[in-house]
Design a protein around this ligand. Structure first.
Ligand SMILES: Cc1cc2nc3c(=O)[nH]c(=O)nc-3n(C[C@H](O)[C@H](O)[C@H](O)COP(=O)(O)O)c2cc1C
Length: 201
């Protein structure tokens, strides 16, 4: 992609959508919406993990997780977070920084109902990021949950739901030969106005 086109872009979230669609069309990329989320405790301990982007809209990026997990605890105390995409065959990366907020209960539950039952059951039993008690197995816990909810909907746990990351900074990177890579950083000026700048690679 021509760097002038990136630099003149007014809506970097739409450019990200375009890049994700191109990653989805690249047959070698098995998880085109996989992204790394970095979060940090108020003391500055940084942690990362892979998540799937579930929705991209004019406000930002939406993903779902367990609010009591390690990431959930960090995000509750410190909403500053970063997301990172890298699509190897395309030699492109996108870096995003912003603040995270929880989605409304209604939106989280709507998404929960769209998930398949087995995923709901595994979320229901998961105390994500906690040590599994000795002698317990996930298969056994899921079987117990299956029995418990037989013939009924699996309710969305209160500690499970979505997050919206609202970007303040987005950086698009395109690999070029001889390390002359294109880097364009977008800084949000106000709700709908972004300023772009080329960076040294
Ligand atoms: C490809 C991939 C996709 C994943 N998607 C999610 C996801 O959407 N939500 C989630 O909570 N965990 C997801 N995970 C698991 C997380 O990487 C992580 O192990 C889990 O959320 C616990 O993280 P934490 O202990 O840092 O909170 C995914 C892992 C991989 C490898």
């Amino acid at each position: 992609m021509d760097i002038q086109r990136i630099l003149s872009c007014q809506k970097p979230l739409e450019l990200l959508q375009e890049w994700i669609m191109e990653a989805q069309q690249a047959s070698q990329i098995s998880e085109p919406t996989a992204m790394i989320l970095a979060s940090a405790s108020p003391q500055g301990e940084v942690t990362t993990r892979t998540l799937l982007l579930k929705e991209l809209g004019p406000e930002g990026l939406i993903f779902y997780s367990n609010y009591q997990s390690e990431k959930g605890r960090q995000l509750a105390e410190n909403p500053q977070a970063s997301l990172h995409f890298y699509w190897d065959p395309l030699f492109r990366q996108v870096r995003i920084q912003g603040t995270v907020q929880k989605l409304s209960r209604q939106k989280s539950e709507t998404y929960w109902r769209s998930r398949d039952r087995e995923s709901q059951l595994s979320q229901w039993v998961s105390r994500q990021s906690e040590p599994l008690e000795e002698g317990k197995s996930l298969d056994q816990l899921v079987q117990e949950a299956r029995n418990q909810h037989e013939g009924r909907e699996v309710p969305c746990p209160k500690h499970w739901g979505g997050y919206l990351l609202k970007p303040e900074l987005m950086e698009f990177w395109v690999g070029r030969p001889h390390r002359l890579h294109d880097r364009v950083r977008f800084l949000r000026q106000d709700q709908n106005l972004w300023k772009s700048q080329q960076l040294y690679p």
